[in-house]
Design a protein around this ligand. Structure first.
Ligand code: HGY
Ligand code: MN
Ligand code: MN
Length: 396
């Protein structure tokens, strides 16, 4: 059984389909325990850092290590590969290296980052942002999930001390090079006809929360002229996202989550929260899209006599991976193609601090963040072999 098959039933979402494995919740905690067992089975010492990231070490933890890994959390109703493929491939790459009699001359570690999707607390790559100081610890402690549980409270439940979360200079110093393997979230490798590729760049992207406030009231007893219905400008904002993104080359804007309060069928909402995910080739383009959406949403709110408040919840600029490392990785693999991605990754956060590369494994559906996400066993094996080659080259 492949390692991925061993966790196939963990966190299945019977309602949405796919998987819902949110940080520090039962399914993700079960995956963490599984990872610790698998690493210890390989005589790798495992520790959890102050930010909830797991580190499994081959050799003494120390500076300048070769680090690989990814995440185990998912989006709601996500696929089986986004995150876990990077973790299982890392474990299997260690097996391959050992089977070939390889002994690293530099420490080698596998890391599992916490809350990469931001699926519970709303900020993507929370574990790697905390590690690198890319998010204020107080702001992180105040983040809360849909049930009102704060990240600080969830951290305590997970055995962390929320007072200690934040930039971890020792952990950063330990990372000489970080290489993340990830299922491709798009059609690049399909069109290139290659099972494995190396990442060239990541789009700039951010998340904004638009809160429309009107007046809660009765759906039957309230005449149209007497309404201040926040759902109306919220609906116009969803359409504005598509309009604004279509005006900027290669931009993408998505509303995947819209929550009316209180959310009754026969109730005019009092407020509606709408989350925007916007991405583009560069900061100015991304900002242009969001500004345009905000203008259209502001006009729509005014027409319905509603208020609008907009909060930027996270932002990351364009990531261009270290060209030297990218080419070293590509040539070590016989010249695999380099391709950009529209998906964010922990590697994108670390790239600002340490030499970082990403390997992609072909996804024949081109679909991700949905149950249809897939990678064929042969391509997964090609990914493991590629990762083992790269790690052997870097740690040898
Ligand atoms: O949202 C993203 O781009 C990533 O999959 N977390
Ligand atoms: Mn991912
Ligand atoms: Mn993802």
């Amino acid at each position: 059984m492949t390692l991925l098959a061993a966790i196939d039933d963990v966190g299945r979402d019977r309602k949405r389909g796919g998987y819902s494995r949110h940080v520090f919740e039962p399914a993700e905690r079960q995956l963490r325990e599984w990872f610790v067992e698998e690493a210890q089975r390989r005589d790798m010492a495992v520790r959890c850092d102050r930010n909830g990231n797991l580190w499994a070490w081959w050799g003494e933890p120390g500076p300048d290590a070769i680090v690989t890994g990814s995440h185990l959390d998912s989006v709601p109703g996500g696929g089986a590969f986004d995150g876990p493929l990077g973790v299982t491939s890392a474990l299997e790459a260690v097996d391959t290296l050992r089977a070939n009699g390889f002994t690293p001359v530099r420490p080698l570690a596998i890391v599992v980052f916490a809350e990469e999707e931001g699926g519970r607390f709303g900020v993507p790559c929370l574990g790697s942002r905390l590690l690198t100081g890319a998010i204020d610890p107080d702001a992180a402690r105040r983040l809360h999930d849909l049930t009102g549980v704060s990240f600080a409270e969830a951290a305590v439940e997970a055995g962390l001390d929320p007072a200690r979360i934040g930039r971890d200079d020792e952990a950063i110093a330990n990372i000489g090079t970080f290489v993340e393997l990830h299922v491709e979230q798009g059609r690049g490798l399909i069109d290139l006809g290659a099972p494995v590729g190396v990442a060239s760049s990541i789009l700039a992207h951010g998340r904004w929360r638009f809160t429309f406030t009107g007046e809660g009231n009765h759906a039957g007893a309230t005449l149209l002229g007497d309404r201040r219905d926040p759902m109306v400008p919220a609906a116009e904002m969803v359409l504005a996202a598509r309009i604004a993104a279509s005006e900027v080359d290669d931009a993408r804007a998505t509303v995947g989550r819209l929550v009316p309060n209180p959310g009754g069928t026969n109730v005019i909402a009092s407020t509606v929260d709408v989350w925007l995910d916007a991405r583009a080739d560069n900061d100015p383009d991304t900002r242009q899209v969001v500004t345009r959406i905000q203008e259209l949403a502001t006009d729509a709110a005014a027409r319905e006599n509603c208020e609008l408040n907009v909060v930027e919840e996270s932002y990351g600029g364009t990531v261009v991976f270290d060209a030297g490392l990218r080419d070293t990785v590509s040539s070590a693999l016989g010249g695999v193609p380099a391709l950009p991605t529209g998906a964010g990754h922990d590697a994108g956060i670390l790239a600002a601090h340490v030499p970082t590369a990403m390997l992609f494994v072909r996804n024949p559906t081109g679909v991700s963040h949905a149950p249809e996400e897939h990678a064929e066993p042969d391509d997964c094996q090609a990914g493991v072999a590629a990762l083992a080659t790269v790690l052997g080259r870097l740690a040898g």
